[in-house]
Structures are given as C-alpha cells and as structure tokens.
Design a protein around this ligand. Structure first.
Ligand code: 13P
Ligand code: SF4
Length: 301
C-alpha cells in the first residue's frame, strides 16, 4: 500500500480531519481535507466534528485548534514544528510591557504561544489584523505584537497610534525593499504579492497594493490573468497557486524563502501520528480559557 493510501486509511479509521497550512509540503497539502491560511484553519478546527484533528502546520496553530475545540484530540505530527516569530515574545515580557502601558489594549498575532495569547485582549491573523485594530475603540492605546513589519503595515493602513513589539519572522524579514526593486527590473510588468511579515512589504505598498495573507494570495492567483506574478512569501504556497492557475507563472521573489519549521512534517510523520496518537497538544487551564476569549474575537471578525 502506498504511504498516501496508508495515511488515508488511518485517517478514516481514527475518524480524523487533516488540516494543512499553505506552506506545507506539496504531498501533505494534496492529501489534506482542508488547506489554507491560519484564520481559515482556525475556523475549520473550531467547527471540526470529528474526534481527532491532525494539524500539519506549526505548534501555535495546533494550540489554537485545541483552545477553540477543547474536546477534540489535536495532534501535531512533529514537535519540532515551532515558529521563530512566536518565540520572539514570552508571557513574562508581555506582562512587563503591559505594566508600562496600563489600560492599553493588547492585540496579539496568532503567531504566539498560548501563554502570550492568555495575556491578550484580541488575537488576529494577517488576513484580519486591520479589521481587528479598527474594532478597538479610537481612544485606546494599542500594544501590537510580536511582528514589527505586520504591525507597521497595519499602523499605516489604519492610521492608529500603535506601540509595536520588535519581533520578526526571520524567513520573511530577510526579504528587503531592494529585493523588490531588483525583481521588478528583472520581471517588468509582473505584479508583486507580498505577505505583511516581509521586510519588503512597506516598499511594495506604494505601487502594488497586494499585501496579502497566504489565502489572499491564493485568491489572487485564481483571479489573475497576468502572465507572471512575483510572490514574496514562503515558497510552499507556490504549489497551490500554480495548481489553481496553470496559465500564470508564479515566481518566488527569493527562492530561498523556506520556513524550516513548516517543512518538519512529512507523510511518514502524519502516518505515525495517526497510528501512535502522537503528539497530543494540551493547553492547561486557566491559560486555555483566557486565550480563548482573544481567539474567539479573532474567529468572529
Ligand atoms: P497566514 O495566516 O497568512 O497563513 O500566515 C501564517 C504564517 O505563519 C506566516 O508566516
Ligand atoms: Fe513562523 Fe516565519 Fe515560519 Fe511563519 S514562516 S511559521 S512566522 S517562522
């Protein structure tokens, strides 16, 4: 039996749903029940009626699934699937930051640990950060964390006074404004789509208003008739974009944009995860309840 067939058999046997992020390996995306960005997958996890959720993504996504749907078994097939951005702030650091700004509203990106979410008022993802910040009463000070580039983008788009935590995703931050300038010279006329975590996102802003979450990029891919599109995010997404629109060439802004955490999970890990019930993600109380409040605001937006 092929590995794919074995995974599908075990998935049915365990009555599990397999969720995969847009950056996952192509073969993992191809057998998943749902593929998408972190907001879409959070909603799918929340409404999952099967007893087991296998999360092909990174740890903060599996924790979010467990918090939003606590009676389900949530499996992360490889515990090395972390996130450097989520590691850039601890709950202790956030408590100290809050103490310096009493009364401020805390907006935490989903790329954070459950402990950090428990200290937040709202969570957001790259696809709804602007709506979430706009929902905060205008007279309130905002602490936005942990991604500096996403925060700067949201601050420009909303005009809100926001304090930004100085954290970044090393995978996206290394794409600099000069990379966009160079790519546009080499690929004249090709539109650029960029994830807001990119170090080049603010340079893209004035001339291509295509700062998008990964699902936003997928929708753009479905609709565009351009012969070529430049893509500034993790290269795993190119598989889905190219599959949905074979008539357009999707070129990475930088082909070295690979997230090692997102590549940890392979088909063998998913098979073992289903066969051996590993690795079950737990979020203790009261952390889970406190984090749920901020996450429910995120999925409701
Ligand atoms: P999306 O929510 O846009 O999928 O982004 C998640 C992520 O980890 C980006 O690096
Ligand atoms: Fe985290 Fe960056 Fe990887 Fe996204 S691409 S999971 S933010 S390290």
């Amino acid at each position: 039996m092929s590995l794919e067939a074995e995974v599908l058999r075990l998935k049915e046997e365990r009555n599990a749903v397999l969720l995969a992020h847009n950056y996952q390996r192509p073969e993992v995306q191809d057998i998943a029940d749902f593929v998408g960005d972190s907001l879409y997958l959070s909603r799918k996890a929340r409404e999952a009626d099967r007893p087991v959720i296998v999360f092909a993504g990174v740890r903060f996504m599996a924790e979010t699934a467990k918090i939003l749907n606590p009676t389900r078994t949530v499996l992360l097939p490889d515990l090395r699937a972390g996130c450097a951005l989520a590691d850039s702030i601890t709950a202790e650091q956030l408590r100290a930051w809050k103490a310096d700004h009493p009364g401020a509203v805390v907006v935490a990106y989903i790329n954070t640990s459950a402990d950090v979410k428990a200290e937040a008022d709202y969570c957001c993802t790259s696809s709804n950060a602007i709506q979430i910040v706009n929902a905060v009463p205008a007279d309130r000070e905002i602490l936005f964390l942990p991604d500096l580039f996403l925060g700067d983008y949201v601050r420009r788009r909303t005009g809100r006074a926001m304090h930004l935590w100085v954290g970044d995703c090393p995978v996206h931050a290394r794409m600099r404004p000069e990379d966009i300038d160079r790519a546009r010279l080499e690929h004249p006329g090709a539109p650029v789509v960029a994830h807001p975590e990119c170090g080049c996102a603010t340079r893209a802003l004035p001339y291509v208003d295509r700062i998008l979450s990964t699902d936003g990029m997928v929708r753009f891919a479905e609709e565009t008739r351009a012969p070529e599109v430049l893509v500034a995010t993790e290269v795993g997404i190119l598989h889905r974009m190219q599959k949905l629109n074979p008539g357009t060439r999707f070129t990475p802004l930088d082909a070295r944009t690979i997230c090692p955490y997102m590549k940890e999970i392979d088909l063998e890990d998913i098979r073992d995860s289903l066969a051996l019930n590993q690795f079950a993600i737990e979020v203790p109380e009261p952390t889970a309840s406190r984090a749920r409040r901020a996450l429910e605001r995120m999925v409701a937006s």
